[in-house]
Design a protein around this ligand. Structure first.
Ligand code: SAH
Length: 217
């Protein structure tokens, strides 16, 4: 594909940008190098796949900026034994990155089209430890069990207690918290033996988390 000729150079610069912006976890950098972001963006955006920007995807949603994906992944401190939950599959890209760093990923999406496309892309990129579930992150199906790590990739006005309860003791959840359509802060919550500890990391901007399955496709 003629449009993709410049991608090797762009991919090299992509790694440099992530390092320069402070990503230092080698496993995270390797995962970012190994997953072809161009397969998770719209065909018309492939030439921009290795720019450090968010891009539009169907259903009015976005694939996050690569730096934010790398940063959130690094802050989640994944271990190869972990079982992780993502809320907000979108393109499937973040789930693909998580899948390279832990044992198993379950990712929930409220739009059927997005869930189906992501499922296909994850299969095509060999991410066979990811389960894409059509569902609502405000009401995570009980049969999915509990998780060592939870990453929310849509902004929540507050983190539901029911979601925190899905964390294993010692578990970590990371989520953008704040008003819809305005800036939010990335919050990291750890579940201790006795309760939860929460810390604010950085300012971010995400599309809103909305309750229930989407009525459109
Ligand atoms: N992580 C994605 C980007 C997420 S955009 C990626 O790597 O591409 C946020 C996604 O969260 C959107 O696809 C949106 O439909 C989804 N979402 C919003 N509210 C949700 C909810 N309650 N449950 C599940 N998914 C939700």
């Amino acid at each position: 594909m003629p449009n993709n000729e410049r991608l090797p150079h762009e991919k090299m610069r992509f790694q440099l940008v992530l390092r320069r912006r402070g990503i230092s976890d080698q496993a995270v950098l390797r995962a970012m190098e190994g997953i072809p972001r161009e397969l998770f963006v719209e065909a018309s955006d492939r030439v921009y796949a290795y720019r450090d920007t968010a891009l539009g995807i169907p259903c009015g949603q976005t694939i996050s900026q690569p730096f934010v994906v790398a940063y959130m992944t690094e802050q989640l401190r994944l271990d190869p034994r972990h079982r992780a939950l993502e809320i907000g599959t979108g393109s499937g890209y973040q789930a693909a990155i998580l899948s390279r760093l832990c044992h198993e990923v379950v990712t929930l999406e409220r739009f059927k089209t997005l869930a189906e496309t992501a499922r296909r892309r994850l299969a095509a990129t060999g991410c066979d430890n990811v389960e894409v579930v059509l569902g609502d992150g405000f009401d995570v199906p009980a049969n999915l069990g509990t998780f060592d790590r939870i990453m929310v990739t849509a902004a929540m006005e507050e983190i539901p207690k029911a979601l925190l309860e899905r964390l294993e003791p010692g578990g970590i959840l990371i989520a953008p918290v704040g008003p819809h359509n305005d800036g939010q802060v990335l919050v990291r919550v750890r579940r201790g033996e006795e309760g939860y500890d929460s810390e604010n990391l950085v300012a971010v901007r995400f599309v809103p988390a909305l309750p229930g399955l989407a009525r459109e496709l």
